[in-house]
Design a protein around this ligand. Structure first.
Ligand SMILES: Nc1ncnc2c1ncn2[C@@H]1O[C@H](COP(=O)(O)OP(=O)(O)O)[C@@H](O)[C@H]1O
Ligand code: SF4
Ligand SMILES: [Mg+2]
Length: 315
């Protein structure tokens, strides 16, 4: 296998919550992204996906664990040392309405990263190339527009162009289509897929397992600050091992009626990351929990022969 671009080992991000309480936003996440690989980090709201991306970008303080980018441990890099890394690693935000300044023309938005990183040569050409790579073709048509003159999908493409203008090697896309009209989602996801084919590594965060199933090479399923299952996308979807993944898969619409299973609705809310349940953190909601699940904390381990891993005491 190619050397990963990004390797995250046992990442922990805790936030103080007053009166000696702690929010366990990320509580031991491990994952890798190789060049040209599309990895989806999937889980319900509040499970720590955004915090994971922020920690990778070193925008959230890392409590423990390591982040390795192209073989270099960047976990304790200073903001100054992070500058060249941020050149190569770009975050695509969820909301193109918020991430674009309404007073900026498209050109100004896309040129800004070049200014911040002190790239002075061929700025106009770089901006045009980034717009076209993001599917805004011909660039001429869009470059002088203001955000209010663009559709939601076009705005997200401008925001992606601003991420591409520094020619990064890794994109972290945090729910890149969840604020967009359903009609333009496939176009944006298809664009990410093309970027992956051109060699970029992509870590896409989503709460939607169907989207992950459709686009990702690999899926990491997150529950309450941990990756509980991980593996090739088709294996995770066809043959889920962890009871949480099984529940998520059971509500994904199946194109093949023979494969359709009874939707399994999980009981209870996602527990509060201030009070992580003892033992297996999924036990209060797990339909097959046993007594020992309240005291033993399962770790990710290989299951099956296809590179899948799961954290459950019963497998
Ligand atoms: N800066 C912060 N301070 C305190 N708690 C936070 C902070 N950021 C996120 N959290 C909490 O950490 C948990 C994980 O949040 P987040 O990473 O945003 O989840 P997701 O992106 O999966 O919805 C949530 O309970 C959230 O309220
Ligand atoms: S360890 Fe127990 S509670 Fe946790 S997922 Fe497996 S069966 Fe369910
Ligand atoms: Mg989030």
């Amino acid at each position: 296998m190619t050397e990963p671009l990004l390797q995250v080992d046992d990442l922990v991000v805790h936030y103080p919550a007053g009166r000696k309480r702690v929010v366990h936003a990320v509580d031991g996440v491990s994952l890798t992204v190789a060049p040209g690989e599309f990895v989806a980090l999937v889980g319900e709201s509040g499970c720590g996906k955004t915090t994971t991306a922020q920690a990778i970008m070193r925008m959230a303080k890392v409590t423990a664990g390591t982040i390795t980018y192209r073989g270099r441990d960047i976990t304790t890099f200073s903001q100054r040392e992070m500058r060249p890394i941020r050149h190569e690693m770009q975050l695509i935000f969820q909301d193109p309405y918020e991430s674009l300044d309404p007073r900026f023309r498209v050109r100004d938005t896309v040129i800004e990263p070049l200014q911040i990183h002190g790239v002075t040569d061929n700025r106009e050409e770089r901006v045009r190339a980034a717009l076209e790579r993001a599917g805004l073709t011909p660039a001429e048509l869009y470059i002088d527009r203001y955000p209010h003159e663009l559709s939601g999908g076009q705005r997200q493409r401008v925001s992606i162009a601003a991420s591409l203008v520094l020619e990064p090697t890794l994109l972290l896309a945090d729910e890149p289509v969840s604020m967009l009209d359903v009609s333009v989602r496939a176009g944006i996801l298809g664009l990410l897929d093309e970027l992956r084919k051109s060699g970029l590594g992509i870590l896409m965060i989503t709460h939607d397992l169907s989207t992950a199933a459709h686009y990702a090479d690999r899926i990491c399923v997150m529950y309450l600050g941990r990756v509980v299952e991980e593996g090739p996308a088709h294996e995770v979807i066809r043959n889920p091992q962890h009871p949480y993944t099984k529940a998520l898969v059971s509500v994904v619409p199946q194109s093949d009626p023979d494969r359709a299973t009874k939707p399994q609705i999980l009981q209870g809310e996602t527990p509060n990351p201030i009070n992580i349940p003892s033992g297996c953190r999924f036990h209060p909601r797990c339909p097959v929990a046993e007594a020992r699940c309240q005291s033993e904390d399962p770790q990710l381990r290989p299951v099956g022969g296809a590179g899948q891993q799961a954290a459950c005491l019963l497998i």
